[in-house]
Design a protein around this ligand. Sequence first.
Ligand code: UDP
Ligand code: GAL
Ligand code: MN
Length: 307
Amino acid sequence: MDGDCCLTMLNPAVVSIHNCVLVCRNHLTGNLGRTDVASVTPWLAPIVWEGTFDSTLIDSIYKQQNITIATTVFALGKYTRFLKDFLESAEEHYFVGFRVHYHLFTDQAEEVPNVKLGQERYLTVKKVPSMNRWQDISMSRMEILEKLIENELASEADYIFCLDVDTKFYGRWGVESLGRLVGVIHPWFFNVPRFIFTYERRPESQAYIPAGEGDYYFTGAAFGGSLEDVHHLTKTCREQMNIDIANSIEAIWHEESHLNKYFLYNKPSKLLSPEYLWRDISMSSGQVKIIRLSHVAKNNAEVRPNL
Ligand code: UDP
Ligand code: GAL
Ligand code: MN
């Protein structure tokens, strides 16, 4: 018996206050909440897990706003093979009922599959030059996104998400994910101590994070937010990567290392749990109750242009 219950046995007035608190709490939260995971950061940003939000309520709030979510995806070289599953599954699960504009960057427009899009869902294909190193393809996304936001998105979108193409949706990814600056906790590092995080540890790189610093380890495969904030993020990462190039150093996990450095000094206003980018659909974890987006298994040696 805990102290609270002892008190309620002794004093009927406390019993009624106690019951009132329980009723109020249920009324306010609709029984929402998780005790097995943290759902808020030390700077009071929400961490979105299944069971921490009411999807019907949150949909109705955003339905009153006339929003467009720009979504960028890159498919160069053999990665065009991932497009069909990515797009088809997104049409089933990703911001269903909201306006989405996919911006697809590829070196082979003829390989883009013809996927039937729902109402108010748009796809624009943009040609980019091919590159010889997968690391360069991955890193070059920052500058391309920076320019896309500058040149095209201001008049057409409210939010942007930038996603890896070697992924597939299995569950709802909706407006609960929207925020000013949104990072996704890397699926291999949500339940490990900080010293395990694979931040860049060489002080010569602009992505350097010293031991003892850093809050979370974020994936480079999914991030988003308002156009203004993501523009600042992509511009900063592009600048920092250029300084690294001039100093003949490449961060250990490329743009992901720079993204983690950025998030250390520019705290995300919302974090998405690894439900929003899981390792592989076949793997499980007690805390991940629903897999919304998952990396698909791929043979790196076969799909990448280099090792
Ligand atoms: N990418 C691409 N072609 C390539 C290599 C990478 O289009 O040859 C793009 C693609 O969008 C991919 C992203 O860069 O999802 C990141 O690379 P990758 O998924 O291989 O990195 P990983 O998630 O395995 O670390
Ligand atoms: C891997 C992932 C890499 C990088 C790395 C960080 O699982 O494939 O892209 O994020 O973790 O340690
Ligand atoms: Mn990937």
